[in-house]
Design a protein around this ligand. Structure first.
Ligand code: PMP
Length: 417
């Protein structure tokens, strides 16, 4: 590959370099050219670099102090002194990495202790820890379902769930988002027996910030005798009396066979898990390829995850504080006339008119010291351009006032479609 292809210096040079390529390299380079042209030279999300962190939600970007409303640190635990101290101790005692998979030498006491902590937190007998939430879905769904089985998943489910369905070898189809009648119809019409059917949904959908109809959907699945798996990646720490997620908040845990979660959001590190009451699911440890064939989590991550889960379980006041701030923020946004995708909550999205207006609005916010996520198709459920925000317990009231003040200044640009 020529150097000009690897390090394109400008649009026309890139296109010229692409024209000399063939086959796979040409296809990939053309896609790169299209993406480069569509974002132009101006700032875009992939260019953003956080130069320094002053708190879970305060950073320096491009030399400018910036308040972050686009992280998944919903409870601010990535900077909690107890989590940091646990990580430091583990780092000094156990070293920097596990250097192997759980089935080789990567099964340390800390991993087993973390699994016991998670199982006890959910009041279930077993939990399996994976190295990311993505891998937890790949391993749990791909470990459970196989050729000849059927997976029915909510149409708004995350990419990791869809990739897991593909990897499983099972037949898979989506039902309409949060539509129990559609799920009922699909289960009634299925030719695969219900005992060989897995229904997959999420607790909190992270793009719009709307809740899964977990109880209603799981009730339908159970009526037919299907298994239910709920991904609580974003709901953990935010919903339910003990923070176990939307499934807990809706009183639906008894209807759910397995819960998948991640440590990369409220928990503040990286990793994922699957927790279950079925003894049969012990076999997941031998079946889940993303458990068997990848290195286990580093000891410092394991220690801080365990500490953070203890905090989530025992400090409901953090959740209450987050909700107070989220409700105040959402009330302010609605009062300014912005169009939100879902009911008020710590995670949500403001509708933009299209890519050009959305990117312009996102850049204006950034220049005024506010960072949010811009989401564009195919990452959005119905092809909209959205500004996704997340409120954190680590935000101060002044941070929220600052964001609302900027939104007020920019309200002229925010005419919704
Ligand atoms: N499930 C859902 C619903 C997610 O939103 C995400 C990531 N945003 C994942 C799984 C993957 O989690 P992780 O980042 O820990 O791999």
């Amino acid at each position: 590959m020529s150097d000009s292809t690897v390090h394109p210096e400008g649009g026309s040079q890139t296109v010229a370099a692409t024209a000399q390529l063939t086959g796979i390299l040409r296809r990939v380079a053309s896609l790169g050219d299209i993406l480069e042209r569509s974002v132009g030279d101006a700032t875009h999300p992939l260019k953003i670099q956080l130069e320094r962190f002053d708190s879970p939600v305060h950073a320096v970007i491009d030399g400018r102090p910036t308040t972050l409303f686009g992280t998944n640190s919903y409870l601010g635990l990535n900077f909690d002194p107890r989590c940091i101290a646990a990580a430091e101790t583990a780092l000094k005692t156990w070293g920097t990495g596990s250097t192997a998979s759980r089935v080789a030498s990567g099964n340390q006491a800390g991993h087993a202790e973390l699994e016991r902590t998670i199982a006890a937190y959910y009041g279930r007998p077993d939990a399996i820890v994976f190295s990311t939430g993505f891998m937890a879905n790949l391993g749990s769904i791909g470990g459970l379902a196989a050729e000849g089985d059927l997976i029915l998943y909510d149409a708004f489910c995350h990419a990791s769930i869809i990739d897991a369905c593909r990897a499983s070898g099972a037949t898979f189809k989506s039902f309409r988002h949060n539509d129990p009648a559609d799920l009922d119809r699909m289960l009634s019409e299925a030719t695969v027996p219900p005992s060989r059917t897995l229904v997959v949904l999420e607790g909190l959908y992270s793009v719009w910030g709307d809740l899964g109809a977990v109880k209603d959907l799981a009730t339908v699945a159970k009526k037919h005798g299907a298994l239910v798996l709920v991904d609580e990646a974003h709901g953990l720490g935010l919903y339910g009396p003990t923070g176990r997620g939307v499934t807990e908040a809706q009183g639906a845990e008894h209807l759910v066979d397995a819960v998948v979660g991640t440590f990369s959001k409220s928990v503040g590190v990286i990793g994922g898990y699957c927790v279950t009451s079925h003894p049969a699911l012990k076999a997941l440890r031998f079946l889940a390829r993303s458990y068997l064939y990848t290195a286990s989590l580093p000891p410092a991550v394991v220690a801080s995850a365990r500490t953070a889960i203890g905090i989530i379980a025992s400090e409901p006041e953090r959740r209450a504080d987050l909700w107070r701030k989220a409700e105040r923020f959402c009330a302010g946004v609605e009062a300014l006339g912005y169009s939100m995708c879902a009911a008020p909550g710590p995670v949500g999205a403001i509708k933009m008119r299209g890519l050009v207006q959305g990117l312009g609005f996102w850049r204006e916010l950034l220049e005024r010291g506010i960072y949010v996520n811009i989401l564009v198709p195919p990452a959005t459920p119905s092809g909209e351009v959205l500004l996704r925000y997340s409120v954190s317990a680590a935000h101060t009231d002044a941070d929220i006032d600052l964001f609302l003040g900027v939104l007020s200044d920019l309200s002229q640009m925010s005419q919704t479609a």
